[in-house]
Design a protein around this ligand. Sequence first.
Ligand code: CMC
Length: 433
Amino acid sequence: MSAAQKLGPSSAKLRLDDKDIDLPIFIGSEGEKAIDVTKLRAETGYVTLDSGYMDTGACTSAITFLDGELGILKYRGYPIEEIAEKSSFLESSYLVFYGKLPSESEYKAFVQRIASFDDIPEGIKQQIKCFPKTAHPMAVLSANLVSLSAWNEDLCTQDLNKDQKDTAIAQLMGQIKVMAAYAYRHSQGKDFIKSDKSLDYCSDFVYMMTGDKNVKKEVAKALDVLLILHVDHEQNCSTSSVRMVGSSKANIFATISAGVDALWGPLHGGANQAVLEMLQEIKDSGKGYEAFLAEVKDKNSGSRLMGFGHRVYKNFDPRAKIIKVACDSVLQTLGVQDPLLDIAKGLEAVALKDEYFVARKLYPNVDFYSGIIYRALGIPTNMFTVMFAMGRLPGWMAQWKEMVEQPGFKICRPRQIYTGDTHNHYVAIKDRK
Ligand code: CMC
């Protein structure tokens, strides 16, 4: 059930320069409240200043709801816990993109259409081979995604119709899997392996990476759940980048590639790789948890407890809770004993009791345990953020589609307050001191 969003009956009163103005209040379907400032500058000459967009709602959206205080996450109104337990990655992708759970025939057609994009252009294969073997797979993925625009001019028109949007989601979901696996094969100096349509999405990905067709069903299931948990997360940094770039009517390949770039950063999706490196460093250095935490609490150290803290969650990240349980179960099922899991659990227990983390409401986020599962599943560390990108792709597509279909859609263009010099005059280069 969805409750319609509505403009509240009340408005906010603002007194500026001896003038009273009324700003409408906007209330979302889950009760979130916003002051609509779209007329503020025109009526008063003022803009809002909110560095890092801490308190700015950049758009209205009907895709994902999250309550950071209560630790709630829903896709299209469905709790993440239910989706992770009962749905699949492809079905939840359909859900976020099309706004409803598919019927059997719709689902089958969607899965088949994605599977039909089981190859990438020869030129892109050659391009992958031109990268140094040491290249980070996120660099390869980003370059390949934007390069797809050169082979798909029909999808690069300014306004895509419904058919083209249906093709775009299926094509990108099919081809990102191939490109990700091939980026990995290249880094290992190995030949590419043709996708096998008879396998499910995650098994096919593992097959293309490893060459092993007998992917354990527990491995495929665990990967599927991880991808589900990454499908969408409202206006995070990469999704906002996708909206920003897409708002200029850049083509869909350039738009999605921008999302990959934003995701790569260690404060965002790159944190899953950074967590594993941090745990490994703690193990290798023999540093105690207290000593390590003292380091991250020291602002001069420049390091942070990776996989902890979140802009929106001031409580447990619900995805982290699911992943922690999955982590225990996957390692047990696969008979893997990972000392890094013990370190992660020990570190978490100490941090959650530490006044620094308690006072700042810093809890484990989605990236804290995901890397340990990926490792147990045989996914190499530098592929972790690529896995995040594969999971987030349907969310980026859904957010882009929602934006371009919203009435009155505008290019995203924030303002600023200029603080630089005001009265300089040009001096010829020979006369400059
Ligand atoms: N370790 C140590 N201190 C931290 C951490 C951390 N992981 N996270 C936040 N803090 C401190 C920060 O130093 C600041 O302290 P003070 O108030 O004394 O200056 C306070 O907590 C608030 O931090 P902030 O940087 O202002 O908060 P933010 O909302 O801008 O940043 C964050 C959110 C996720 C970037 C940050 O918590 C962080 O850097 N975490 C580690 C990286 C990480 O795990 N990122 C993955 C995020 S979840 C996956 C995703 O969606 O991308």
